[in-house]
Unconditional design. Structure first.
Length: 342
């Protein structure tokens, strides 16, 4: 990806401390001088969960709004929140449920734009393990989830979206996530596939295109396709969103409106220009083979948000799934998304 860099673990804390005092000041000064505002988006991973960001960047929608956007890969939702709260990034991109959770614990952050409206993290299992357990893609949902018992299952990080999903699925079959499976935190996508290939993990939960990579390599099968709403209680789930500190919104409403406008343009472009949008996003995954990328894009197309407005119904699914009943009005700010649609 052109302007994407990865946070080195040892540098993250120091970056947050160094930039905490300057981020909002530089944003305000840039706006006053009429220059493009430099904005950093801390994104939890490199995946199609963030397709509207890739499109807004590649199609120049951020630039049209007067923003100079840099995307950094934080390696998990916890790191995204650390970056935003600490001042290392003005905006974060991760799951809505994470925003709900930290709000319930007193952090003043809000989600202001929807990116994807399915719980688009898929479950992949090793093909040899599936064959041994007589589980196929046509097996029932219950049979598929039960097949995870006793396996080592790869996730990004403890407390993150993939961890929460594994625990939720296991509990639906009266399985204890801490006793009936081994949940293995592996961080970024780059660590998932080698561990899967080497049988260090026999299954994993991750978004596209990582899930499709394991399938096209003929090592895994798609056990659960959440991108297409296969788990009914999560069908229509508001997943990835943009977030920032409430204080940043208060001090920089024009910046947030510009950011939301760019995302709205991107989401409209995706919905109206599927094939062209696929080619645009392809640039951000240019090292991925075409067959895998095409499969991943097709799997996720219907899940891409058509508008940045965060729906109450998608939010309520998060409430039921997470068990965190933070007030909608406290967690979500739709003011900018609604204006972007006018």
């Amino acid at each position: 990806m052109r302007r994407v860099k990865t946070f080195a673990a040892g540098l993250l804390t120091s970056m947050l401390l160094l930039s905490a005092c300057s981020a909002e000041k530089s944003s305000n000064e840039a706006g006053k001088k009429g220059k493009a505002e430099k904005i950093t988006i801390a994104q939890s991973s490199s995946s199609l969960l963030f397709t509207p960001i890739y499109v807004a960047q590649e199609k120049g929608f951020f630039k049209e709004e007067g923003l100079d956007v840099e995307v950094t890969i934080a390696g998990g939702s916890t790191n995204v929140l650390s970056a935003v709260v600490g001042g290392g990034a003005e905006v974060g991109a991760t799951g809505l449920s994470v925003v709900m959770d930290v709000n319930s614990k007193g952090q003043d952050v809000q989600a202001f734009a929807s990116l994807i409206n399915q719980y688009a993290s898929n479950v992949v299992i090793r093909k040899d393990v599936a064959q041994k357990l007589s589980v196929t893609e046509d097996s029932s949902i219950d049979e598929k989830i039960k097949a995870l018992k006793g396996l080592s299952i790869g996730i990004t990080q403890p407390g993150g979206g993939s961890d929460r999903l594994v625990r939720h699925l296991l509990k639906t079959q009266n399985l204890n996530p801490d006793k009936d499976a081994t949940i293995v935190p592996l961080g970024k996508a780059e660590a998932i596939l080698p561990a899967f290939t080497n049988n260090q993990i026999q299954a994993f939960v991750f978004s596209s295109p990582t899930s499709e990579q394991a399938i096209t390599s003929d090592e895994g099968i798609l056990l659960l396709n959440l991108s297409k709403g296969e788990i009914k209680e999560l069908d229509g789930f508001t997943h990835s969103t943009l977030l920032t500190k409430k204080d940043f919104i208060k001090k920089n409403p024009e910046t947030i409106q510009k950011m939301t406008n760019a995302i709205a343009k991107a989401e409209k472009f995706i919905s109206e220009n599927k094939e062209e949008a696929k080619e645009v996003v392809r640039k951000s995954f240019d090292k991925l083979d075409k067959v895998t990328f095409d499969a991943a894009f097709e799997n996720n197309f219907e899940a891409f948000a058509r508008t940045p407005v965060i729906t109450k119904s998608g939010y309520e699914m998060n409430v039921k799934f997470e068990g965190v009943n933070a007030p909608f009005e406290k967690v979500v700010n739709n003011e900018f998304a609604e204006k972007s649609n006018q």
